[in-house]
Design a protein around this ligand. Structure first.
Ligand code: ADP
Length: 360
């Protein structure tokens, strides 16, 4: 049975994990494909959606420039693919400063942090993606550095221990996190600007698709854009990923132009249904509905049933299912709502819960 399930998992045609793979991680490691980079908005005025975040960033940037001072430390929080890395890059462009990219888990030792911080010039931005995964020892060095722009470096151990205070330039730390709850309090308190990114509306995603299609030089009409937008989980990264799959399909099976019907056919080949649910989403709901009789079921139990990593499910699958009202979270675990049963064509039990609130 387990092997069977594993085999089913291996058949996911639309790879949610690949679609969500962090560009920032690629920035720090293998390098981002040129095409991917070209899709990123470069300036605040090009950025679509997240109006409140953009408005407040614009003010903070103008004020800092007026004072000729570096920006306050900033943290962007929210599910993957919503634009945190893009915003960090935009802030560096708008401020006219350099940006240094790193990811939390890659900063393994205090020495890694020291060498980056000491290389920063006044105003430079140090961007840490997945900042909630920063090792404790590195976090303990980072907190005072953010506050005092100095670091106490200890040489030797025991009786011979000596401390050397290294002064740093006034830098701006921009942190990105998908799991703000995992940030320690001392670290969180050192950010002057905390901004939450939410899912984009269908109209905003449709605009992003239009913009990306123009950059990729693909013809797309409003219906084609709408079909992709409906399935993009309110997430620009997924929208761009789906657009590229549909572009491939249109070039092979149609005349290279994307309309509603081309988009529908291409997306159903990808296993994304008309409500935007992928095979992994449906497996997740099926596990709760059939295996756990509607729940409550713990995330670890669901992960074991699907042979998936629980962190992946929590970050990539759950937020969208919760937001769309297929799932509710209770203290004893996840429960499938009536909407989930109906989506899977299963008769809901009389007491199946309704979504707690619709975020749309
Ligand atoms: P995160 O860091 O939150 O995981 P990214 O900043 O890497 O997300 O964004 C993912 C992709 O989505 C980017 O490559 C960019 O092309 C696109 N994107 C994000 N936000 C926007 C936006 N507001 N307008 C247009 N494209 C966007």
């Amino acid at each position: 049975m387990r092997d069977e399930r594993k085999a089913m998992n291996d058949e996911y045609s639309f790879d949610l994990k690949e679609a969500f793979r962090s560009d920032a991680q690629k920035d720090a490691g293998e390098g981002v494909a040129q095409e991917e980079l070209s899709l990123r908005p470069q300036r605040l005025k090009e950025y679509i959606g997240q109006k409140q975040v953009i408005d407040s960033l614009t003010i903070a940037i103008l004020a800092a420039k007026k004072r000729q001072e570096p920006l306050d430390h900033i943290i962007f929080q929210g599910p993957p693919g919503l634009g945190k890395t893009t915003l960090a890059n935009i802030v560096s462009k708008e401020m006219g400063v350099r940006i240094h990219h790193a990811t939390g888990p890659a900063l393994e030792k205090g020495g890694d942090l020291v060498s980056i911080l000491t290389s920063l010039e006044r105003g430079d931005i140090f961007f840490i993606d997945e900042i909630h995964r920063l090792p404790k020892i590195v976090e303990e060095l980072l907190c005072p550095a953010m506050e005092d722009f100095a670091m106490d470096i200890i040489f030797d151990k025991g009786a011979n221990a000596r401390t050397y205070r290294s002064r740093l330039e006034w830098f701006t730390l921009i942190g990105a996190t998908t799991r703000s709850g995992l940030l320690s309090r001392p670290l969180r308190e050192r950010f002057g600007i905390v901004r939450e990114l939410g899912f984009y509306t269908m109209d905003e995603i449709a605009l992003i698709i239009k913009r990306s299609a123009a950059i990729l030089k693909v013809g797309i009409d409003d219906e084609g854009g709408y079909e992709i937008s409906r399935r993009a989980r309110g997430t620009p990264r997924v929208a761009n990923h789906l657009l590229k799959r549909v572009r491939d399909y249109s070039q092979v099976k149609a005349d290279g132009k994307i309309d509603g019907s081309v988009a529908q056919k291409a997306l159903s080949l990808e296993g994304v249904d008309s409500d935007g649910l992928t095979i992994l989403d449906r497996k997740f709901l099926e596990a709760i509905v059939t295996y756990y009789k509607g729940g409550p079921a713990g995330i670890e139990a669901i992960a074991a049933t699907l042979q998936e990593d629980s962190g992946t499910l929590e970050e990539l699958v759950e937020p969208f299912l919760l937001q769309q009202g297929y799932l509710i979270r209770t203290s004893s675990g996840r429960r499938a709502t009536e909407k989930a049963y109906l989506h899977l064509n299963v008769t809901p039990p009389k007491d199946s819960p309704q979504p707690q609130r619709s975020l749309l």
